[in-house]
Design a protein around this ligand. Structure first.
Ligand code: P6P
Length: 356
């Protein structure tokens, strides 16, 4: 995948222009509009960038400051032990949207119910759905982690506070993206006009455009899955793993943090999977603020995202923290995994036609 910005060195004036291409400006460029909606989306992305900078700053000093690493002692709605950074990052996203007039509700992996910002609600027509820190088991080992976000338009007034309008498919997303806290802090986003990445320049305190119109390769060597679950999977997934074990040209990469694994697939191609297991057929990853935003991105980048039986973006959740199995990445590699699922289905029921 060519990086169109770095394959030809930029002239000085082009370099200056590139350094002025902040996230908010890029959104307006993408929308080719200065309308109120465009300005809203631009302002929303700026606030997300501010959240990313605050979290990145805290992570960069985690080993030096008391009270950053380790567990908070709480258990979240997912039944998972909460890291102090989970709590901090969750609060950061809430704080950056206060007094914004933009976001009325925030739905987070860390909160059972959506959080309402009353002063925004009559005017703010947007909902932020987010996983404040994804992969927090990596924090204390100083390995890559991420934040994942999705923006939806609020439909109706949500009088009863049930936020039922959020229980719609991922195709209702206005924007989606993630922040990768790695050797550099990167923000990758889409508003439906391609996938674009920004790199935080600490000397400027700004996210600067580093790559645009990212396209995932049709195929890649990487398969990314926790093979420790091998015997928990459906036979069809084991069939796929046996295939990549026996064929040249495949390599396993798995960091235990979805955002980093996804980012690698987006750039190098291949497939990331978190399949369902016999005990938990719905898998581990959450739809509204993990797999649906990434599915939005991968489809914008020319790839695919499936539960194994339907596109992730077509799944309609029955509750805020609905989980789905996920197979996401290059078109050819997602299709290969699905072919093993279809073959097993056909075996169980020969009446189901399966492709060769
Ligand atoms: P496992 C992190 O807890 C996470 O939600 C994702 O970031 C990651 O891909 C997955 O779970 C890892 O789960 O079961 O392989 O440790």
């Amino acid at each position: 995948m060519k990086d169109e910005i770095t394959k030809n060195p930029l002239e000085p004036t082009q370099l200056l222009d590139r350094d002025c291409t902040t996230l908010s400006r890029h959104v307006l460029q993408q929308l080719q509009s200065f309308s109120a909606d465009a300005q809203d989306l631009s302002a929303l992305m700026s606030r997300i960038a501010l959240a990313a900078k605050l979290i990145s700053r805290r992570l960069s000093r985690a080993g030096l400051v008391e009270g950053v690493l380790g567990f908070s002692g709480d258990i979240n709605v997912q039944g998972e032990s909460v890291k102090r950074m989970d709590v901090y990052a969750n609060e950061v996203f809430i704080s950056v949207f206060k007094q914004s007039g933009l976001v009325c509700r925030l739905a987070s992996e860390e909160m059972e119910k959506p959080y309402y910002i009353p002063e925004n609600c009559p005017i703010g027509r947007y909902t932020l759905l987010y996983d404040p820190i994804d992969g927090s088991s990596n924090i204390d080992s100083n390995l890559n982690i991420g934040s994942i976000f999705s923006i939806r338009q609020q439909e109706g007034n949500d009088e009863n506070g049930e936020a039922l309008d959020l229980l719609q498919s991922g195709r209702k997303q206005l924007a989606a993206g993630y922040i990768l806290y790695g050797p550099s802090t990167m923000l990758v986003y889409s508003i439906g006009t391609g996938v674009h990445s920004f790199t935080l320049d600490p000397s400027l305190g700004e996210f600067i455009l580093s790559n645009q119109n990212i396209q995932v390769p049709e195929h890649g060597a990487v398969y990314s899955v926790n093979e420790g679950n091998f015997w928990q999977w459906d036979e069809s997934i084991r069939d796929y793993i046996r295939y990549v074990h026996r064929h040249e040209g495949y390599t396993a990469r798995y960091s235990g943090a979805l955002v980093g694994d996804f980012h690698r697939i987006l750039h190098e191609g291949g497939v990331f999977m978190y399949p369902g297991t016999i005990k938990k057929p719905e898998g581990k990853l959450r739809l509204l603020y993990e797999t649906a935003p990434l599915a939005f991105l991968i489809e914008q980048a020319g790839g695919q995202a499936s539960t194994g039986t339907q596109d992730i973006l077509d799944v309609v959740p029955d509750q805020l923290h609905t989980r789905t199995p996920v197979i996401i990445g290059s078109k050819d590699d997602v299709a290969l995994v699905k072919s093993f699922i279809d073959d097993r289905k056909h075996e169980k029921n020969p009446a189901i036609a399966t492709h060769s």
